[in-house]
Write a protein that binds this ligand. Sequence first.
Ligand code: FES
Ligand code: FES
Length: 395
Amino acid sequence: MSVIELTINDRSVRGDVESRVHLGDFLRDTQNLTGTHLGCEHGVCGACTVLVDGEPVRSCITFAVACDQQKVRTIEGFDDDELMKRLRRSFSIHHGLQCGYCTPGMLITARDIVRRFPDADEARIRLELSGNLCRCTGYMGIVAAIRAVLAELKENPISEVSVARAIVGDATTSTRAFQTFAAAPAGAPQAPVAASTASTDQPAAQRKGWTAIDDSFVVPFPLDKVWAFMGDLPSVTSCLPGAELVEHDGESVKGKIAIKFGPMSANFAGAARLERDDAAHRAVMRGAGQDNISRSRANGDVTYALSSEDDGEKTRVAVTLEYMLQGPLAQFSRSGLVKDFVRRMIADFGTRITAQLGGSARPEAALSASSKFNAGSLVWSVIWGRIRQLFGKGD
Ligand code: FES
Ligand code: FES
């Protein structure tokens, strides 16, 4: 049993909670906030969506202990929110609900869409809404309700929404970044096209809708040896579980990566280009791809910079991962759990590089096209890390 302190709908809450209790149960069973509905409890249907620190998350796959010191907002916490008032009214007018079971999650997701995509058309709304399932309406009314609110905002803006849009940006305008590389259709090779420098030269913090994660690891080998290894794309790829190199020419690569995160599976196919600065020992891999299962699209830059430590005996690899997801998987990309998961991936990557530089054989799983980055063990290590943090033991 752990003690957590968090803010729920602007109210400070302190509670005892078992480590395995998810946020949805915590909200419903201990806080009587039964507006958060539980459907699949597998992260698929979106009925349990709430905001954690302003980002939509699925409360059924978010552990309550992971929300310590965070701000949670449930459907009950929007009574004074003008945008939510408009959405609720519009859902009623356009028959955006029948039984209402999906509606709390739908409304919270709809609000997020309206805030991020001021010019969303029907296709965009359906794409962004595809992580929320409704078994009643056929979605016609829901989409119409969201479109009506978007139109109303143009005529009668809400200042809070304008400010939020200025901060998070209009994600629709970022689709240009996805034109950097053409994503490969299922099973087909693809050719990279000319990179657009207009967006890619900006740091993620300035790129609308992007998420940036910084981390580093140390490998016990001299900088020159590590730098040479990091330029060998097949070797680097073999250190990424689930990754498969389809072809490469030293600078450009086409590849695939399979990831499983809880109930969600993704098989991204795409292309990337490596830009190396030998003098600065700094490189950036810019890539784009599409998940052939959910049709989600990803754009990402991985920047790594090497520096010597311990009189040249060791090398620190500072990694910055900047990415943007669009489509159904986008709802998962911004949660704290996913960010922790990515950090574990980076640490795992460092471990594998160390093993290979030390002469270990390439991990067979990494070379198999069918191997999938089954994140189960990593997910548990992330959760365990958070629990250890909670007890002040770090991770
Ligand atoms: S109940 Fe959480 S996604 Fe279905
Ligand atoms: S209104 Fe019934 S599940 Fe959506």
